[in-house]
Design a binder for this molecule. Structure first.
Ligand code: NAD
Length: 320
């Protein structure tokens, strides 16, 4: 089974369901990527910050070599880390990331966060993370306009087919659209029933920007990080609204949560290393939740965000 696609404003088609690569360990990553492609995934959502691009590349190379897929059938996404926002740093790091992946272009390259940090030479520390060993945050003066222009030149040089943004607010997107020569194709945001961001979704979609949801299962991903707000929030899989829809449609709670997004043309990028769940997470299109179920989901919004630097002890209140 493969995923249907949605058309981006760049003219390219993007699968609505992909495989997320955050917290995929280096020792299993190549195998997991290979298994995901074998299961039918065509979109891989990676980032410099995930520290596993070499292994992702190995998994892709093996899948292509074994004839499971051709490069042009894959949709490879990666992200620009915060320490590479200065205009002269964007292209060199994009080229390094492509080299790590063993590819000559990204299908989609995103600004990971609207936060510019001081440059860190990859020879010194890679991936650089938010801070060095001293735990100190150091900022760069790069503006979003400067960084976006450098992203646009990646498209001109055919290093990226489409470019986009992640963790941006509507205010920042409004500003970006005033100067963008190439509009962002997608906006990747934390999105689940506890954090629905309905106005942001509506604004971006009206502007022709496709939304990709991350952390679709809400607190689950952050319990793995021992985040107390996640540990103290009721699991979405056990919520009555989710459970009753699962029973009615003969699907799992995970599938209901993913379908809630895809039914509104929001792409999803769940990750699993369990073969059953891998296929299950792909089967989230082609059937529909009823309007009454969608309405019930509206009532679950708590405006509760987990992936916030503030929750990791970093004082960057970017969502304030
Ligand atoms: P996730 O969607 O991978 O879900 C979290 C956990 O759910 C996983 O550990 C997995 O064990 C479990 N799971 C998956 N399928 C399941 C199923 N069918 N049944 C039961 N449990 C299941 O969450 P995530 O990793 O936070 O987000 C997904 C992807 O989004 C990431 O891998 C990454 O690519 C991207 N992401 C991007 C950002 C960003 O800032 N742009 C931030 C976080 C994540």
């Amino acid at each position: 089974m493969t995923s249907p696609t949605t058309k981006l404003n760049s003219g390219y088609e993007m699968p609505l369901v992909g495989f997320g690569l955050w917290k995929v360990n280096n020792d299993t990553c190549a195998d997991q990527v290979y298994s995901a492609i074998k299961a039918g995934y065509r979109l891989l959502d990676g980032a410099c910050d995930y520290g596993n691009e070499k292994e992702v590349g190995q998994g892709i190379a093996r899948a292509i070599k074994d004839g499971l897929v051709k490069r042009e059938e894959l949709f490879v996404v990666s992200k620009l880390w915060n320490t590479f926002h200065d205009s002269d740093k964007v292209e060199p790091i994009a080229r390094k990331q492509l080299q790590d992946l063993g590819l000559d272009y990204f299908d989609l390259f995103l600004i990971h966060f609207p936060v510019a940090l001081k440059y860190v030479d990859p020879a010194e520390r890679y991936p650089p993370g938010w801070t060095g060993p001293d735990g100190k945050l150091e900022f760069s003066k790069a503006t979003i306009q400067e960084t976006w222009q450098a992203m646009e030149s990646l498209v001109d040089k055919k290093l990226a087919r489409s470019i986009g943004i992640s963790n941006f607010s509507a205010q920042l997107i409004m500003d970006l659209l005033r100067h963008a020569r190439i509009r962002p194709a997608t906006l990747q945001i934390e999105h689940h029933p506890y954090l629905q961001q309905q106005e942001l979704v509506k604004y971006a979609q009206n502007e022709g920007i496709v939304i990709t949801a991350y952390s679709s299962f809400g607190p689950l991903s952050f319990i793995e990080l021992n985040m107390s707000s996640a540990e103290n929030t009721p699991a979405l899989f056990d919520h009555d609204v989710v459970k009753s829809a699962a029973t009615k449609h003969g699907k799992t709670p995970a599938q209901i949560l993913l379908r809630w997004a895809t039914q509104r043309n929001i792409a999803v990028i769940p990750k699993s290393n369990n073969p059953d769940r891998l296929s299950q997470n792909l089967d989230v299109t082609g059937w529909s939740l009823d309007q009454s179920e969608l309405d019930a989901f509206n009532g679950l919004d708590l405006n509760l965000r987990f992936n916030n630097p503030v929750n990791y002890g970093l004082y960057i209140p970017m969502f304030a």
